[in-house]
Design a protein around this ligand. Structure first.
Ligand SMILES: NC(=O)c1ccc[n+]([C@@H]2O[C@H](COP(=O)([O-])OP(=O)(O)OC[C@H]3O[C@@H](n4cnc5c(N)ncnc54)[C@H](OP(=O)(O)O)[C@@H]3O)[C@@H](O)[C@H]2O)c1
Length: 295
């Protein structure tokens, strides 16, 4: 008999294979999604991995019985997390490991040197190729750069939450990737009349416009919109190649009435970016949610 669970697994595997077929070369994951299930699915769908694929994982939290993400930053917890990622992804070395610290809504200031040193040690031992950080402040990034190079930063940012505007510009100058999580609003999907109007004029979907805006915001932005559907995946890839005209970007930048509940909307704060030549598509991403798999 074909169970519901099998159906979901088959659908997730189809999305992952479509990711590679579409030329996407960056998958964002964590072994604490599921836990373990997401990585096991990535392995089942794609191992042995295509040469160009980069799998980016994160450590520093765990999944508790209530579905929360308490911190797991002790040296033993970090080593175990790296080992779990290696095992469940079927790799000898992880492409990129993000040290996730801080809260979901905003980073928590304070030193993160100790847990970062543990990962730097594992990098020297050959288990990790590159290091990144997540849910961090500019000061914390500066602190850990004296320990080992940081190749990417994953923080909460989208068209209606522009708290990291200045940070993005500074990272771009340093050649460090910025990977916004919740690019489509996460648990509270982006909704705005301006977004919809711009999308209608461009014959595109609002979510495509939100992704195109991010890619055109700065050349160091890499996208990781999550989806469980092949249709949304294709739509998101199309969105990434959408070129927003200067006027549309200007309109979006000044749309102070974006209706994102609880939004920290600060259009125009920091450097108002108003277009120019967007980066080429080439890096987009998808992450399979362990939560969805459990539903
Ligand atoms: N570092 C951290 O602390 C942290 C925290 C949160 C998230 N993340 C990472 O950030 C990434 C994205 O975050 P997220 O998944 O929570 O938020 P998101 O990508 O902003 O939103 C995902 C939601 O958007 C929907 N969606 C995707 N494409 C769509 C489309 N074309 N049209 C309409 N709806 C669409 C998805 O539903 P369908 O499945 O139906 O498409 C899903 O419900 C993930 O890789 C996640 O691991 C990191």
């Amino acid at each position: 008999m074909y169970s519901g669970h099998q159906k979901i697994t088959t659908a997730r595997i189809a999305v992952l294979r479509e990711v590679v077929r579409l030329g996407i070369n960056h998958i964002d994951t964590s072994d604490f999604y599921g836990p373990h299930i997401t990585n096991q699915l990535i392995k089942e769908a794609l191992h042995p991995y295509p040469e160009q694929l980069r799998i980016v994982t994160k450590v520093g939290a765990r999944r508790d019985a209530e579905g929360n993400w308490p911190r797991a930053l002790a040296p033993d917890e970090l080593r175990e997390a790296v080992d779990d990622n290696l095992t469940n992804l079927g790799l000898d070395a992880l492409d990129v490991v993000n040290l996730r610290v801080g809260g979901l809504d905003s980073p928590t200031p304070g030193s993160i040197a100790e847990p970062f040193r543990v990962l730097a040690q594992m990098q020297r031992a050959g288990l990790i190729k590159h290091l990144g950080v997540s849910n961090v402040t500019a000061e914390q990034i500066g602190e850990v750069q004296s320990i080992a190079p940081v190749v990417c930063v994953q923080n909460f940012y989208h068209i209606a939450n522009r708290r990291d505007d200045a940070l993005i510009d500074s990272l771009a100058e340093q050649g460090i990737g910025y990977v916004p999580f919740f690019p489509l609003g996460g648990f509270t999907p982006l909704q705005s009349e301006t977004l919809s109007n711009v999308a209608t004029r461009l014959n595109a979907r609002p979510m495509s416009v939100a992704l195109a805006w991010l890619l055109q915001r700065s050349p160091n932005i890499l996208l990781i919109p999550r989806t469980s559907s092949v249709e949304h995946l294709r739509e998101n890839v199309a969105g990434a190649s959408l070129q927003l005209p200067h006027e549309a970007i200007k309109e979006l930048n000044h749309a102070a009435l974006l209706r994102w509940p609880g939004a920290n909307f600060t259009a125009g704060r920091g450097r108002a970016w108003e277009g120019g030549r967007g980066p080429k598509l080439g890096i987009s991403a998808i992450q399979q949610s362990g939560t969805l798999l459990m539903n």
